[in-house]
Design a protein around this ligand. Structure first.
Ligand code: G3H
Ligand code: ZN
Length: 282
């Protein structure tokens, strides 16, 4: 199936009151597992490659992007390719040539004024090329290389009035909001502020995005979809599943050396996890 775009998938989800799940791709096996999980669930999905994953690949985007795109095109499920948590303008500017239809430009570390300026520039660049741009306001903590952040501390969550002004000033196509989730959680114990999600949905004219969804329990995700979250980002849960299965295989087979033997159960565990999250999208 040809690649679809994140914008198309999120707009369709918005129209139907559903959400679309976006999964982080680090290796080829992540992309294969996402495609397999989406086919099993009969649902669309977004394959997203973060700036940190690009760093893991030596700062080179091309090989992992081409691999993810090839897996997506060979799939029977509608899949989109998205560049995630991009702080580097140089990386942003590679998106178009590398086949990405969407980018999350992350200026959330900057002050509000600097964030608006940098994001408006990214949106202008993207829209000239037909690229859908997501941005973040508020602080979803737990990002790699950052000190842990209390998701419930005052000033961390996204303010609805400020979010409305931010969307008007930047022209972004979707907004990632801080509503109680945090990145890189390996236990699903996060409690979301559903009243705030509802207020943000009413205040902001673009789709809302939930980051750090690995730590959010099933029922909280279902409620978040019902309250207006339209893109649900999942990364760590795939790694937890993969590493758990690999660890179990190696514990049972301590002398094995063929990576295919332990990567197969690891990849399968990720596909099961993907299908599980996709079943929550409404
Ligand atoms: O942008 C990526 C997501 O927010 C992934 O977060 O690894 O905590 O699921 P997670
Ligand atoms: Zn994120």
């Amino acid at each position: 199936m040809p690649l679809v775009s994140t914008g198309e998938l999120v707009s369709a989800a918005q129209a139907d009151g559903r959400s679309v799940a976006a999964f982080n791709v680090i290796t080829l096996e992540h992309a294969e597992a996402i495609a397999a999980g989406a086919e099993r669930a009969g649902a669309p999905a977004i394959l997203q490659i973060s700036e940190n994953a690009v760093k893991f690949h030596g700062g080179r985007l091309s090989a992992i992007a081409a691999a993810a795109a090839a897996v997506a095109r060979a799939s029977h499920a509608p899949l989109a390719l998205h560049l995630d948590h991009v702080e580097s303008v140089e990386l942003l500017h590679q998106a178009h040539d590398e086949g990405f239809g969407s980018v999350m430009f992350d200026a959330s570390k900057l002050t509000y004024e600097e964030n608006v300026r940098a994001t408006a520039d990214a949106v202008a660049w993207g829209h000239e090329r037909g690229i859908w741009i997501e941005a973040e306001l508020g602080k979803v903590g737990g990002k790699e290389g950052e000190a842990p952040l209390d998701a419930h501390a005052p000033g961390v969550r996204t303010d609805p009035a400020e979010a409305a002004a931010y969307v008007a000033a930047t022209g972004v196509d979707a907004l990632a909001v801080a509503v109680g989730s945090s990145h890189a959680m390996t236990e699903r114990t996060a409690a979301l502020d559903h009243a705030l999600i509802g207020r943000l949905r009413d205040a902001v004219p673009v789709p809302l995005v939930l980051h750090g969804s690995s730590g959010v329990p099933d029922e909280e995700i279902r409620q978040a979809v019902a309250s207006g979250m339209r893109k649900i980002n999942v990364g760590t849960a795939l790694n937890t599943a993969f590493t758990g299965a690999v660890r179990a295989y190696l514990a049972d087979n301590p002398t094995g050396v063929d990576p295919r033997k332990y990567i197969v159960p690891g990849r399968e565990a990720m596909a099961t996890t993907v299908a599980g999250f996709l079943s929550l999208m409404g």
